[in-house]
Design a protein. Structure first.
Length: 606
């Protein structure tokens, strides 16, 4: 796939999967006056800056599956609504003066007894996790954001059978506001007038707990994607009361028997989790979601597998194709027809046993596709090389199928308009030539949409229909290109930004130089979901198979330029494909054999 690294690099295994996002940065913003601030100890170095048509009833979703889809949609809408409320609340608090008084106790070397958590229990939060700050918040009707200090606490709502306060933080509700992460602990106590919060010290940031139970986490330079802190809520200062017989017994025996019942402790997770959705694949190269939540995964050796909506890899393959697997030959890409529910069409780009490039269409019925349904849409007449196969497939919003082709190990092919190598091809779903393809002159191949590529391994469309193509470089640069009709993207005359003889060439919108071990850009995904938070919306995720990272870049509105690269996961592994899932999580296919879901820390698939 890449120019310089050996083939062995392509199948290298990464040690561990860091749950990481890049440094969020930004100044601490208090979402309301009177909150407790806690800062952590640096334990990791900061990221360095970048340089640079047979319908089938079986194919239709069942009632049960549709119910799952509806639940996903409802959950996404609820999270989006909650995040919007928190962002609006943050904005309001920044612009409003509060006449509030907060009871704040000085942090000590050991937790206050009211915290209810020992230092040992909180050891993983950092070497200074024993330092605590308490915020006492008065709860009064119509004044949720008001906190008062009283010399004597008001009487409890229930004297003997008082209800223990609870917390129910949902990591999926966390939102990014001004470089901080805001969330809600959702405190509930129906019969106490004052709650006290105690929070442990995070390892890679500071946290402020607000009187209404919301919090603000501000990452420091050591934050690489994950952190945690513990919060204890107590109603012990809400007047004299007991939590049933156990609470009374605890008081009479000085805590030897029973329990006070005053406190509840919850661990709050910050950042993103990597969860393996399915594993055991043999050199997987591409994957696609089906409308009902199932996932199709293609292996380079010719086997295409089905992953059920619950993550089970079905024992019977969808289909097994006869392929040539020498070096980069084999299955390179797959695509699902936009009207899959009605026709079941699956498109596959692969190398035939006699070493020809083939684009074919299969019909999936249920969980399988019979070989008898294969229809060859295009096949080369000549034998192709072992490398620089490209192979990415994607349907555009125009209903056309786009096929990325490498230069076939001959750089001059990229500028030779009589062949398909080093090009982006545009094809009707039935294999015919679209009438509005560019006319590139006498003798040019009518399937060519754009040219001048070395090894365009993956591509995707933005929500407004722009085509992003990741082109693997030779020895200098990796490129992300905005591809338009008839464009010339420079190879082999230029790699990365053009520096001489640039007339008629289009520069990449983003490029980065190779590291010492080589590089291979293998993904460029424009993220529009809400699951990762507003800070990642309308950003482009890129991945490098050799370097093993995932990064996030910001593009201008017309995608003519991108930059401000931040590391999302420095140890993501050998990514070969990436996509935004129907649940708005990020999905990553790793060449060592697993499909990974990346979502908010502590969350589970819906």
């Amino acid at each position: 796939m890449r120019g310089e690294p050996a083939e062995a690099d392509r199948v290298r295994s990464t040690n561990g999967h860091a749950r990481s996002v890049g440094r969020v940065g930004g100044l601490a913003v208090a979402l309301g006056i009177g909150a407790a601030a806690l800062s952590g100890t640096a334990v990791a170095s900061a990221d360095t800056a970048d340089a640079g048509t047979e319908p089938s009833a079986a194919a239709s979703p069942t009632t049960q599956t549709m119910s799952r889809v509806e639940k996903r949609k409802a959950a996404r809408e609820a999270r989006a609504s909650r995040r919007a409320e928190m962002r609006a609340s943050a904005a309001q608090r920044r612009s409003t003066d509060h006449d509030t008084v907060i009871e704040v106790e000085k942090p000590s070397a050991t937790p206050d007894v009211d915290a209810g958590v020992t230092q040992d229990e909180d050891a993983e939060a950092g070497p200074r996790a024993g330092r605590w700050t308490r915020v006492a918040a008065a709860r009064s009707a119509g004044a949720a954001d008001t906190a008062t200090v009283a010399s004597a606490a008001a009487p409890s709502g229930s004297f003997f059978f008082n209800v223990t306060p609870t917390l129910s933080h949902d990591p999926a509700e966390n939102a990014s506001v001004d470089g901080n992460i805001v969330g809600d602990l959702h405190p509930v106590d129906p019969d106490s007038t004052k709650l006290t919060y105690s929070a442990s010290r995070p390892s890679h940031g500071t946290v402020k707990i607000n009187p209404d139970g919301t919090f603000v986490y501000t990452p420091t330079a050591t934050f690489t994607g994950q952190d945690l802190f513990r919060v204890t809520v107590s109603d012990a200062r809400s007047g004299l009361h007991f939590h049933g017989a156990s609470g009374l017994l605890g008081l009479l025996t000085f805590g030897l028997l029973g329990g006070s019942g005053h406190r509840t402790t919850e661990t709050v997770l910050i950042g993103f989790d990597r969860a393996i959705v399915a594993s055991g694949f043999d050199q997987p190269t591409d994957f696609r979601f089906l409308p009902d939540g199932r996932i199709i995964v293609a292996e380079r050796g010719g086997v295409i597998k089905m992953v059920d909506a619950d993550g089970t890899v079905l024992a019977q393959p969808v289909v097994t194709l006869a392929v040539n697997t020498l070096f980069e030959r084999g299955i390179q890409g797959i695509a699902v027809d936009p009207t899959f529910n009605s026709n079941g069409y699956l498109y596959v780009a692969y190398t035939t046993p006699d070493a020809h490039d083939r684009l074919t269409r299969l019909t999936v019925i249920g969980n399988t596709a019979a070989l008898a349904t294969e229809k060859v849409l295009f096949e080369t007449t000549e034998t192709v090389s072992t490398s620089h196969r490209g192979g990415g497939l994607a349907f555009g919003p125009d209903g056309k199928l786009y096929w990325a082709k490498g230069d076939d190990l001959t750089a001059a092919n990229a500028q030779n308009l009589t062949n398909i190598h080093g090009k982006i091809l545009r094809i009707n779903p039935d294999g015919s030539v679209p009438s509005d393809n560019p006319d590139l002159g006498p003798g040019s191949n009518p399937l060519i949409w754009a040219y001048g590529f070395r090894n365009p391994f993956r591509m995707s469309f933005t929500s407004d229909g722009r085509l992003l193509v990741a082109d693997v470089g030779q020895s200098a640069f990796e490129e992300l290109n905005l591809v338009t009709k008839g464009g010339n993207y420079g190879w082999p005359g230029s790699e990365g930004p053009c520096t001489s003889n640039c007339a008629g060439q289009t520069n990449p919108i983003y490029s980065y130089p190779h590291g010492g071990s080589g590089a291979a850009i293998t993904a460029g995904v424009y993220y529009t979901g809400d699951q990762l938070g507003a800070g990642y919306q309308n950003k482009v995720f890129i991945a490098d198979e050799v370097e093993g990272w995932i990064k996030v870049i910001t593009c201008n509105t017309d995608f003519t330029s991108c930059g401000n690269s931040k590391t999302f996961d420095p140890e993501a592994g050998a990514t070969v494909a990436m996509a935004q899932g129907p649940d708005d999580n990020l999905y990553q296919l790793v060449y060592t054999g697993s499909l990974v879901r990346i979502g908010p820390a502590g969350s589970t698939p819906i």
